[in-house]
Write a protein that binds this ligand. Structure first.
Ligand code: HEM
Length: 185
């Protein structure tokens, strides 16, 4: 029998930086989704630019976190993965990869959205509206960005539900792989 079968699931723990980056990703996705919902509540001349700027800065922060995670994965310390076996593990890994892919694509559409609309980021930058000469492009880019965000939140919800089901129903220690060390005992 191989080690992958005999070891308990919580014998594996992601490294410190991967765990920090994972929870930072989670917080940024929640903050991005929530901030997007409130931008239009602000009047155009009363805080909307600032609200949108917060959303854009959060998106750029998520881009930085994803790039650090991808670079860290290339190192011997950040590339460690748990042993995987069976269809359940394959589905879990598939959802994780899809999440990273969708987050990457949606960040690109967020940046494209900023460029076609010609948004300002606080008083720091004001871009020219590159989409001005292309009627409809703004709505298409904005629509894809919005639906991408909905898809990410739905998939992340599924991923979180699976992690909680492993923890509370199957009690197999998979959630502990991602928890801070103090919470693992
Ligand atoms: C926006 C929210 C989230 C995103 C984008 C996300 C993404 C990911 C990704 C990409 C991985 C693979 C780790 C890696 O190799 O870097 C992962 C693993 C994991 N996540 Fe999340 N996650 C989110 C929220 C959550 C939440 C809320 C929970 C718990 C309730 C959770 C629990 C876990 C666990 C336990 C693993 C390790 C699973 C395994 O080893 O098979 N995640 N997550």
């Amino acid at each position: 029998m191989s080690d992958a079968v005999t070891l308990p699931a919580d014998a594996f723990r992601y490294d410190w930086l991967t765990r920090k980056l994972h929870w930072l990703t989670f917080l940024l996705v929640v903050a991005l989704y929530s901030s997007a919902q409130v931008i239009d509540f602000f009047p155009r001349d009363g805080g909307r630019v600032e609200a949108r700027s917060v959303h854009i800065v959060l998106g750029l922060s998520l881009l930085a976190v994803v790039l650090v995670r991808l670079a860290w994965r290339k190192t011997p310390w950040g590339g460690r993965q748990p042993p995987r076996a069976g269809l359940g593990d394959l589905a879990a890994r598939g959802i994780q990869l899809l999440l990273v892919l969708l987050i990457g694509i949606n960040i690109l559409f967020g940046l494209l959205n900023v460029a076609v609309r010609g948004d300002a980021i606080f008083t720091w930058v004001k871009l020219p509206p590159l989409g001005a000469g292309f009627p409809g492009v703004r709505d298409v880019v904005g629509g894809i960005h919005e639906w991408g965000a909905n898809l990410i939140v739905a998939l992340a919800g599924l991923h979180a539900l699976a992690a909680l089901a492993h923890h509370y129903l199957l009690r197999d220690g998979i959630l502990r792989r991602m928890l801070p060390r103090g919470r693992a005992a």
